[in-house]
Design a protein around this ligand. Structure first.
Ligand code: ADP
Length: 188
């Protein structure tokens, strides 16, 4: 499965719940990058400035990380990707990668939240969590990049009949229930 949504849509939070419900690992490319930045690895050093500017990490770098992660044993009977794919190149990469292994996606969850709510949530998170990419300029840039590069990918998954659109406004618990019901209905 995949979970998609604009910055602030609640992907990370709901990804954890969805992954737990289906007993698969939730894999967040953003978390992987942040852990590498924290530990000042070679990868972390390479991506720090890019992420702080609100831009996307190059496709080849991100795709290699995802391929490695999907090869781990805990992904053998399924996985949930949070924050990947984000570009058309990554979509094609994932399609090819899975079909080579005779695997396929079962559902693509899209969390839909209005732009005003997104900005308010991110500014609130900035105060609480101190993520260095949660400042006003970077937030604006991340929204633009999402709208330009990632939102169009939803059409691709809609055409494949995989898209499950979820209204992402309300409490965490409300969204969680709405999402789990919709995914279960789709899979049935
Ligand atoms: P958000 O959805 O709030 O922007 P994420 O944790 O998913 O947060 O991503 C944080 C940042 O990590 C992105 O703004 C981007 O710079 C980088 N990133 C994460 N996933 C990808 C990806 N698939 N391709 C390119 N860059 C990525």
């Amino acid at each position: 499965m995949l979970i998609m949504g604009a910055p602030g849509a609640g992907k990370g939070t709901q990804a954890t719940a969805l992954a737990e419900a289906y007993s698969v690992p939730a894999i967040s490319t953003g978390d992987i990058f942040r852990a590498n930045i924290r530990n000042a690895t070679e990868l972390g050093v390479k991506v720090k400035a890019i992420i702080e500017a609100g831009e996307y990490v190059p496709d080849d770098v991100t795709e290699a990380i995802v391929a490695d992660r999907l090869a781990e044993e805990d992904c053998a009977s399924g996985f949930l990707l949070d924050g990947f794919p984000r570009t058309m190149h990554q979509v094609h990469f994932l399609d090819r990668h899975l079909s080579r292994q005779r695997r396929r996606l079962n559902a693509v969850v899209s969390l839909m939240v209005e732009p005003d709510v997104l900005v308010a949530r991110l500014l609130d998170r900035a105060q609480k969590e101190g993520r260095t990419d949660d400042n006003e300029d970077t937030i604006r840039r991340r929204m633009e990049v999402y709208a330009g590069q990632t939102a169009p990918l939803l059409f691709h998954y809609e055409r494949q009949g995989l898209l499950v659109e979820i209204e992402g406004t309300g409490t965490v618990e409300e969204v969680r229930q709405r999402m789990l019901e919709a995914v279960a209905a789709r899979k049935a």
